[in-house]
Design a protein around this ligand. Structure first.
Ligand SMILES: C[S@@+](CC[C@H](N)C(=O)[O-])C[C@H]1O[C@@H](n2cnc3c(N)ncnc32)[C@H](O)[C@@H]1O
Length: 204
């Protein structure tokens, strides 16, 4: 069982690439979730798959502390959480071809046009996300925002090294389209539509 100090890991120093094996103390297939929020998806997934490692990235202090406390309470040893800007970490500080699945569920939609530049999904980010995936690795995305979904579809389609695959995938913990994040549960209860897309990294 891990302590809070062991679950929470510090961002690497400027210019350094994160050593993922050292982070977990063992090599195992790695999944990353960006924007873990309160951590419901990541915790359930890590509990179901103890033979994999799970790395959650979240920049909101209160959410990541809440999720970290849950990891300790649940007694999970295969999760690490980092408070950081995931965009910067993915683009500059994660090693290539290291991630089996990258989960991004309900990324902030930044609906106002003048804020679109703050959206996570930009060409530079998509190229970096593909770079950190293993060949055959999966990028799974879900949002409740129709216009942001069209934007995401366009940006990922422009990147040559990713092909669309079915979203349903028991191997990724997704059964019949249900990911079961906190936001998904809330929005489904409100009757809002949910948009999903999954992509696989191919060699180009
Ligand atoms: C709308 S919430 C969704 C939370 C969770 N994925 C869910 O579906 O319940 C988006 C989360 O992403 C986090 N986030 C947004 N941009 C981020 C970034 N660049 N790096 C890390 N976390 C980010 C926010 O703080 C927030 O907790």
């Amino acid at each position: 069982m891990l302590t809070l100090e062991e679950v929470i890991v510090s961002p690497p120093a400027a210019g350094e690439v994160l050593d993922l094996t050292a982070l977990f103390g063992c090599a195992a297939p790695l999944e990353i979730e960006i924007g873990t929020g309160k951590g419901t998806f990541l915790l359930n997934r890590a509990k179901a798959m103890p033979e994999r490692n799970f790395f959650g990235l979240e920049w909101a202090n209160q959410y990541y502390l809440y999720a970290a406390a849950r990891v300790v309470r649940w007694g999970l040893s295969n999760i690490r959480l980092m408070r950081t800007d995931a965009r910067h970490l993915v683009i500059h500080q994660l090693p290539p071809e290291s991630v089996r699945i990258l989960h991004i569920y309900h990324p902030d939609p930044w609906p106002k046009k003048r804020h679109h530049k703050r959206r996570l999904f930009q060409p530079e980010f998509v190229a970096a996300a593909a770079r950190i995936l293993l060949p055959g690795g999966r990028l799974a995305i879900q949002t409740d925002h129709a216009e942001y979904f069209s934007w995401i579809r366009r940006v990922v389609a422009e990147y040559q090294g990713l092909v669309e695959i079915p979203f349903d995938c028991p191997e990724s913990g997704v059964i019949a389209g249900r990911v079961a994040t906190n936001f998904e549960v809330k929005y489904l209860r409100e009757g809002r539509p949910i948009y999903q897309i999954a992509l696989m990294k191919i060699g180009v």
